[in-house]
Write a protein that binds this ligand. Structure first.
Ligand code: S6P
Ligand code: ZN
Length: 189
């Protein structure tokens, strides 16, 4: 017999807080050492171990095909050297799973890359709907002076492959140049 999941709603605040969230994940600089291009700046910032981003999960289902995960990400404003605060970034463990992002507040960039090295960067802000297609690794970056907040909805069985990006990074970085964001080639590639 089918056991039905009960329908539900959540209040999602513009600052990314989800009321009655199932779990909240915090990522400080110490959780992502080696991700920023400027190792000297990263070392200097490590002393205060700033909060880089937080993820509120409205729903974290088991990895059941057909189910959806729902969460917000709040990336705080700041830079390590010239590089803006950003998420770790990942391929999905099931690499052909797509994802929807929806901008809630602030301004950011969505950086993506295919396994064969095609890169793409899309600006995001309040009201932006962004499609992360199958096979594209994805990272978000806060390019503004306020928190950048977006909602994500993803197939419950998508999973995470963090290792590939942790090892080689993305082919492009988002840095501040002349007072604004600029997408440049990753010098470590
Ligand atoms: C999950 C989705 C997002 C990220 C979140 C944090 O598939 O893409 O919810 O998990 O933005 O980024 P990361 O790279 O640390 O998981
Ligand atoms: Zn994802």
């Amino acid at each position: 017999m089918t056991s039905y999941i009960q329908p539900f709603t959540n209040m999602v605040r513009p600052d990314g807080v989800i009321e009655n969230a199932q779990t909240v994940q915090q990522r400080r600089l110490s959780d992502m050492r080696g991700f920023y291009a400027d190792a000297v700046a990263e070392e200097a910032a490590a002393a205060s171990d700033p909060m880089i981003y937080e993820v509120y999960y409205a729903y974290v289902p088991e990895a059941v095909p057909g189910e959806l995960g729902i969460c917000t990400t709040t990336i705080y404003p700041g830079k390590i050297g010239a590089e803006y605060y950003m998420t770790k970034g990942h391929f999905h463990g099931k690499i052909d799973r797509a994802e929807l992002y929806f901008g809630l507040s602030g301004s950011g960039m969505l950086v993506m890359e295919t396994p064969d090295g095609q890169t793409n960067a899309q600006p995001m802000g309040k009201g932006t709907s962004a499609y992360v297609p199958p096979y594209w690794a994805h990272r978000t970056v806060n390019v503004g002076s306020e928190p950048f907040v977006f909602l994500a909805c993803f197939p419950a069985d998508a999973g995470y492959d963090y290792g590939t990006i942790a090892e080689r990074g993305f082919g492009i970085l988002v840095v501040e140049r002349d007072g604004g964001p600029q997408v440049i080639a990753n010098p470590r590639r």
